[in-house]
Design a protein. Structure first.
Length: 376
C-alpha cells in the first residue's frame, strides 16, 4: 500500500520549524509513533481487539485504520491466543506486526503462544528465524478498573528469556521507545501505563517517519539527582518516585530517581552507579512485591554494590493480593507516603533495625533512636 501525506491527517501534525515543542498526551505520542513507523515501513501492520474503526478502548490507534486502510490496521476476534499466533505467522512471512492486548490481564490466554513460540523462535531455529513483533499491553492501575482490567504482569514477561520488556514513563519515551521496539528484529513487550495515557509532554524535536531513533533499550535515565538515597522505578511508579523525592526534601533527604525505561535489557551500570553514590536504595513498583521485578533489582544491587550500601535495599510495592475493587485501589497502589516511610527506615543512624526481632532479643533492649531513620 502506498501511503501519502494524507495518512497523517488524523494524527499529530509535525510542528513548524522554529516553533515551541508540541505538548501531547502519551496516547497521542504512541499514535504518532505508530503512524510514523507505518509510513516509514509498509511491512508494519497494526491489529488487535477494537484497534481499527473504534481506535482502541483508550483511542490510542484513533484514525489509523481510516488513514492507512484496513489492510494495515484491522480488528480481530476476541481471541488473544489467535491474535498472537497470527502475528507469529505474519512475522515469519516478513511483516512487522504491532498487536494490542486490550487490557493487561487479557493477555494471559495468549501466554502459551508468547512463551512457547514468540520468545523461543530465534533460539529454536538457531537464529535463522526472528520475530519482529511488538505486543502492546496497557498495564497497571490508577483508572479504577476491576480485576483483569487492571493488573501488573511485567514480571511474567521479564522472567521469559527471549523477550524484551519496555515501559515508558514520559511522553517522549513513549514515542522513541515504541519506534525502537518496532525497528527491533526480536519480540518486544511494550507495556503502556494506563494512568499515564492522558499525561502531557513534548514529542522529540525530530519526530518524523525518517527520524533516526537512538538506541535507548538497556539505558536507564536519571530523572532527578540526589546524594542520600536512590529510588528505582519504572512506568507509572516514576511519577510517584518523583513526587516522593520532592516531598523528602522537607525531611532533609536528597533523593535520586532512576527511571529504568526497559526491564529487559536491564541497565545495571546506571542503577549501580547511583546506589554506589547514595549508599541507599528503594525500589518502587505497582505489582505485588513477592517474586516481583523489585526483588530482582534488589538482588542485583546487593550483588554488585554490597560494600557501598548503608542499609538493605527496600521495596515499596503493591500488596500480595488479587487486584482490589476500585474503591480500595488507593490502598493497594504505592503512594508518596509509603515511599517516604521506606526512606525513613533506611537506618540513617546506623543503628540496627530491631523492630523485626522478638521482644526477648538483647537487641531490643538498646535505647530507641530519635533520629528520622531509627528503630523507634
Amino acid at each position: 500500500m502506498t501511503v501519502t501525506a494524507a495518512a497523517h491527517d488524523g494524527g499529530i501534525p509535525a510542528p513548524a520549524p522554529g516553533t515551541a515543542p508540541q505538548q501531547v498526551t502519551m496516547s497521542g505520542a504512541i499514535n504518532r509513533a505508530l503512524r510514523d513507523a507505518m509510513t516509514a515501513d509498509t511491512d508494519v501492520v497494526v491489529f488487535g481487539e477494537d484497534v481499527g474503526t473504534l481506535g482502541g478502548v483508550f483511542r490510542v490507534t484513533d484514525g489509523i485504520a481510516r488513514d492507512f486502510g484496513p489492510d494495515r490496521c484491522f480488528d480481530t476476534p476476541l481471541a488473544e491466543a489467535g491474535i498472537v499466533g497470527f502475528a507469529v505467522g505474519m512475522a515469519m512471512a516478513g511483516f512487522r506486526p504491532v498487536i494490542e492486548m486490550q487490557f493487561d490481564a487479557f493477555a494471559f490466554p495468549a501466554f502459551e503462544q508468547i512463551a512457547s513460540h514468540v520468545a523461543k523462535m530465534r533460539n529454536r531455529t538457531q537464529g535463522r528465524v526472528n520475530l519482529p513483533i511488538v505486543i502492546r499491553i496497557p498495564f497497571a492501575g490508577g483508572i479504577g478498573g476491576v480485576e483483569h482490567h487492571c493488573d501488573s504482569s511485567e514480571a511474567y514477561y521479564a522472567h521469559t528469556p527471549g523477550l524484551k520488556v519496555v515501559t515508558p514513563a514520559t511522553v517522549e519515551d513513549a514515542y522513541t521507545l515504541l519506534r525502537e521496539a518496532i525497528n527491533d528484529p526480536d519480540p518486544v513487550i511494550f507495556m503502556e501505563p494506563k494512568r499515564l495515557y492522558w499525561s502531557k509532554g513534548s514529542l522529540p524535536e525530530d519526530a518524523s517517519p525518517d527520524a533516526q531513533i537512538a538506541s535507548s533499550f538497556g539505558r536507564a535515565a536519571v530523572r532527578r539527582e540526589g546524594i542520600d538515597v536512590t529510588l528505582v522505578a519504572y512506568g507509572p511508579s516514576v511519577d510517584v518516585a518523583m513526587q516522593a523525592a520532592s516531598a523528602a526534601m522537607g525531611s532533609g533527604w536528597s533523593v535520586e530517581v532512576v527511571d529504568l525505561r526497559t526491564l529487559v535489557p536491564f541497565d545495571d551500570q546506571t542503577v549501580v552507579a547511583s546506589v554506589r553514590k547514595t549508599g541507599r536504595c528503594v525500589v518502587v513498583h505497582e505489582a505485588q512485591g513477592f517474586a516481583g521485578v523489585g526483588a530482582e533489582i534488589a538482588a542485583r544491587v546487593q550483588e554488585r554494590a554490597f560494600h557501598s550500601l548503608h542499609a538493605p535495599v527496600l521495596r515499596v510495592a503493591g500488596l500480595d493480593i488479587p487486584y482490589p475493587p476500585p474503591k480500595l485501589e488507593h490502598l493497594h497502589l504505592p503512594g508518596v507516603e509509603r515511599v517516604l516511610d521506606a526512606i525513613a527506615r533506611l537506618q540513617w543512624d546506623d543503628q540496627a533495625d530491631a523492630l523485626h526481632l522478638p521482644e526477648s532479643s538483647p537487641a531490643c533492649d538498646s535505647p530507641a533512636s530519635d533520629s528520622k531513620g531509627g528503630a523507634a
